[in-house]
Design a protein around this ligand. Structure first.
Ligand code: NAD
Length: 289
C-alpha cells in the first residue's frame, strides 16, 4: 500500500523556516505585509481569508484586511488596489476569488502590481511561468511541487498527467512540471476516455473537483498520486477527487484529503509574501519556479 504524504507536517516544517526568514527581515527593519481584499460574504471565502490572516500572524507577516460589500462599485476596489500598490509597507496583495458577477476578474487581477502579486495570477507572472522565470508561482501548484520535492519524488523525465485545466491549478501545475522536464499531459472535462491517459502517469495530479473521479483501474501500479480536489459530500465529509481507499492499494505515494495539498497552499502564499519583502530588501535567495 501507498505511503501517505503528511501535508500538515511538511507545511509546519516550511513555516518554521519562514519564521526564521521573517526574523532576519525584522533585524533588517522590515515586517513583510500582506493585504487581503474580500468582496461580498461568500462563507467559504470568509473561512479562507480568516485562515490566511491567522497563518500570516503565526509566521510574523503583518496582514491587513479590506472588506467590501457584494454590491460594491468595482472602481472602489480598484482604487483600494492602487493605494496598496503605492504603499511601501505592503509586499503582497491578494483579492479573494470568486468576485461578484458585476466584477471583471481580469481587470481586478491586472490592477495589482506584478511585484506584489503573491497569488501569481497577473498576466506578467503567468507569462513568467510559461518561460520559467516567474517570481510568484501560484500557491496551490507551488505547494504540490514542494510536497514532491520534500518526498524526494524525481520529476525529470517522468510521465505526468494533470487532470483539470483551470488557470488557478491545472494549467500552472502542468507548466511547472514541464519546466522541470517531465512529459506532461493535461486532461479536462472534455477529455475522451480519461483512463487511457491517467494509466500512463508516473505522477498523477488530480484537480477536477469531482469525488471518486479516479478509481484504481485508472492508476498505474506504483504511481505517485496527488489529490488537489476538495469536495464536501452531502453527509458533510470532506473528500478529494481520488477513491482514496482503493487507489492507496495501487499507488506508491498518495496525498490524503484533508491533510495533503490543502495545508501547503496557504504556506506558499506566506512564502511568496516573504520572498517579495526579501526582494525589496535585496535579501532574496533566488529560487526556481
Ligand atoms: P475549476 O472548476 O476551475 O476547474 C476544474 C477543472 O477540472 C476544469 O479544467 C475541468 O475541465 C476539469 N474537470 C471537471 N470535471 C472533469 C472530469 N469529469 N474529468 C476530467 N476533468 C474534469 O476548479 P479548480 O479551481 O481548478 O479546483 C479544482 C479542485 O481543486 C476543486 O475541488 C477545488 O476545491 C480544489 N482546490 C484545492 C486547493 C487546495 O488548496 N487544496 C486549491 C484550489 C482548488
Amino acid at each position: 500500500t501507498a505511503r501517505l504524504v503528511d501535508g500538515i507536517a511538511v507545511a509546519a516544517k516550511i513555516r518554521t523556516e519562514l519564521k526564521e526568514r521573517t526574523g532576519r527581515l525584522a533585524t533588517a527593519g522590515c515586517v513583510p505585509g500582506l493585504a487581503v481584499i474580500m468582496v461580498g460574504n461568500d462563507p467559504a471565502s470568509a473561512v479562507y481569508v480568516r485562515n490566511k490572516i491567522r497563518a500570516c500572524h503565526e509566521v510574523g507577516i503583518h496582514s491587513s484586511r479590506f472588506d467590501f460589500p457584494s454590491d460594491a462599485d468595482p472602481a472602489e476596489v480598484l482604487a483600494c488596489i492602487r493605494s496598496l500598490n503605492a504603499d511601501p509597507t505592503v509586499h503582497g496583495i491578494l483579492v479573494q476569488l470568486p468576485l461578484p458577477k458585476h466584477f471583471s476578474v481580469p481587470d481586478i487581477l491586472e490592477a495589482i502590481s506584478a511585484e506584489k502579486d503573491v497569488d501569481g495570477f497577473h498576466l506578467y507572472n503567468v507569462g513568467g511561468l510559461v518561460v520559467g522565470s516567474t517570481v510568484f508561482p501560484p500557491c496551490t501548484p507551488y505547494g504540490v511541487v514542494k510536497l514532491l520535492e520534500h518526498e524526494g519524488v524525481e520529476i525529470e523525465g517522468k510521465n505526468v498527467v494533470v487532470v483539470g485545466a483551470s488557470n488557478i491549478v491545472g494549467k500552472p501545475m502542468a507548466l511547472m512540471l514541464m519546466q522541470r522536464e517531465a512529459t506532461v499531459c493535461i486532461c479536462h472535462a472534455k477529455t475522451r476516455d480519461l483512463a487511457q491517459f491517467t494509466i500512463l502517469a508516473d505522477i498523477l495530479v488530480v484537480a477536477a473537483g469531482k469525488p471518486n473521479l479516479i478509481v484504481p483501474q485508472m492508476v498505474k501500479t506504483g504511481a505517485v498520486v496527488i489529490d488537489v480536489g476538495i469536495n464536501r459530500l452531502p453527509d458533510g465529509r470532506l473528500v478529494g477527487d481520488v477513491d482514496f481507499a482503493g487507489v492507496s492499494q495501487k499507488a506508491s505515494l498518495i496525498t490524503p484529503v484533508p491533510g495533503g495539498v490543502g495545508p501547503m497552499t496557504i504556506t506558499m502564499l506566506l512564502a511568496n509574501t516573504i520572498a517579495s519583502a526579501e526582494r525589496r530588501m535585496s535579501l532574496a535567495e533566488p529560487e526556481r519556479s
